[in-house]
Design a protein around this ligand. Structure first.
Ligand SMILES: Cc1cc2nc3c(=O)[nH]c(=O)nc-3n(C[C@H](O)[C@H](O)[C@H](O)COP(=O)(O)OP(=O)(O)OC[C@H]3O[C@@H](n4cnc5c(N)ncnc54)[C@H](O)[C@@H]3O)c2cc1C
Length: 459
């Protein structure tokens, strides 16, 4: 069976060249997991690295003919096991399809292949005075295909919105190998159902994205960052509410709790203030960022900030952002493994969320650090645990689940940006209910009747 699979993958005019079909188990096993390393994963039968749309079509036709599951992958920085291999699957890595095909300043669009790294696209469009806002903290490695697969957010989404807002059109290879184009490259367009939006966040379960048309913005002025220290996480959340209620539009509003601050210092010696309970980072990319920061600084003080320090220049601002971007990696270093919750609550419930997480950490005697895209209400309570300690692993999973339950109780969602993957499968049903699941399954069946695309994820 497996020899036939490999032979067919290489066969014909559109067959993959030998170096695009990896079969050495030592190599293929390294493609088994994304960054949620503790999630179950199968062993891939083969890893393919196509360079063309036709090759992707050939892979899908072969998979359909032999009924072999296919797991699409970008850079595998996902945090929910969404890109994990299933047993005997074809891992379809899009990393070699990494060309920026077009940047059009008049239409304000970019057309890219799925393997383009987020930061590469950002820098490329900057050269044209343009801006691609979605900026996950993993932006130096994660790909646009993966960003579309998970509907990624990031730091600047509080002002500019998430990936979904920037995907105008897609070319998608369907499970049976047909090529479908969705959406548009125009500023407006309402022809038919919005299949483009349906694919954003579909976690590789409906089709393989092989090309994306993305909306761009004019490049804003350089942002300036302010850091505010608080004696409690609740006071920092109060400041977030005051800032949003006051009508301010920060380009970033991020929170790090004490555990996260200490973890970042331990990893990168960044000199963040360790005695503080929470650090709020606010930024403005307006014409007069200093004036905006002064107004927001005053609101932080009114909420009880013990210190408010505006960055003096772009370099200092970038240093603060680097600290925030390192948060998840730093928390992973605390105990070797993390389960990263991604609960998003209405901003007005942020303080309740953080208070509840503290309670849950105490109940399970665990270290749970919280960093958050606070302006979006999107928290990342990160359960730090030793994966070799069975009891700690069990407590980690229970606390992780209890945090999601708390998020739903507060009117939130189990995932603001990381997706469901395998990690939150049971929780999707709790959030959307049986009718919601039934309709989602019907959509899945319409696109993928043999259930070959990323099986075992989402439902
Ligand atoms: C340190 C760190 C920080 C992070 N910070 C953020 C953050 O701030 N915001 C955020 O949203 N996420 C964040 N993430 C999570 C992760 O980086 C994002 O989910 C990212 O979008 C994944 O991109 P990827 O290329 O690694 O995709 P992968 O992990 O390889 O895949 C993600 C999903 O997309 C599917 N997929 C990939 N390519 C395609 C394709 N071409 N067609 C169809 N489906 C496809 C996969 O099957 C999978 O379900 C972070 C991760 C890390 C490790």
């Amino acid at each position: 069976m497996s020899r036939t699979l490999i032979e067919l993958l290489r066969a014909g005019d559109e067959g993959l060249p030998a170096d695009a079909v990896l079969t050495d188990p030592d190599v293929t096993s390294s493609y088994a997991n994304d960054m949620a390393s503790f999630c179950d994963a199968g062993t891939p039968a083969v890893v393919v690295l196509p360079r063309t749309v036709e090759q992707v079509q050939h892979v899908m036709r072969t998979a359909t003919e032999l009924r072999v599951p296919v797991v699409p992958q970008g850079a595998r920085t996902g945090l929910s096991g969404g890109a994990n291999a299933s047993e005997g699957c074809i891992v379809l890595s899009l990393l070699k399809m990494d060309r920026v095909l077009e940047i059009n300043p008049v239409d304000r669009i970019a057309v890219v292949e799925p393997g383009v790294v987020n930061a590469t696209l950002s820098r490329a469009v900057n050269e044209h005075g343009l801006y691609y806002p979605p900026d996950p903290s993993s932006w130096e490695t994660c790909t646009i295909g993966g960003n579309i697969g998970t509907a990624s957010g990031g730091l600047c989404c509080v002002k500019y919105g998430v990936t979904a807002e920037y995907v105008l059109g897609l070319d998608v290879v369907l499970a049976d190998g047909r090529l479908m184009s969705t959406g548009r490259r125009t500023a407006k367009g309402v022809a038919g159902y919005d299949l483009t939006r349906l694919f954003v966040g579909s976690e590789g379960s409906l089709g393989i994205v092989v090309r994306a048309t993305l909306a761009l913005k004019p490049q804003p002025p350089q942002q300036l960052v302010l850091a505010a220290e608080f004696g409690s996480a609740q006071a920092a959340c109060d400041a977030v509410c005051r800032i949003m209620e006051g009508g301010h539009v920060p380009s970033l509003l991020e929170l790090m709790d004490r555990t996260t601050i200490r973890a970042v210092n331990a990893l990168a010696h960044m000199g963040l203030p360790e005695t503080t309970e929470a650090l709020l980072l606010a930024a403005f990319d307006t014409q007069d960022p200093a004036a905006d920061l002064a107004a927001v600084g005053a609101l932080c003080e009114a909420a009880g900030a013990t210190q408010v320090v505006p960055a003096e220049d772009a370099a200092e601002s970038e240093l603060l952002l680097q600290a925030r971007r390192l948060s998840l990696t730093a928390l992973e270093a605390v105990k070797g493994t993390t389960m990263i919750d991604d609960v998003c609550v209405p901003r007005s419930k942020l303080a309740d969320m953080l208070e509840g997480v503290e309670r849950i950490a105490d109940k399970y005697s665990l270290t749970i650090g919280v960093c958050a895209h606070a302006g979006d209400g999107n928290t990342h309570p990160t359960v730090c645990f030793d994966a070799t300690d069975a009891d700690e692993g069990r407590r980690a999973r229970e606390s992780f689940d209890e945090i999601m339950a708390l998020g739903l109780e507060l009117g939130g969602t189990i995932t603001g940006e990381h997706g469901v993957g395998v990690l939150k499968k049971e929780w999707l049903a709790r959030e959307i209910g049986p009718v919601g699941v039934e309709m989602q399954r019907a959509i899945k069946t319409a696109f993928d009747p043999l259930s070959l695309l990323n099986p075992g994820k989402l439902f």
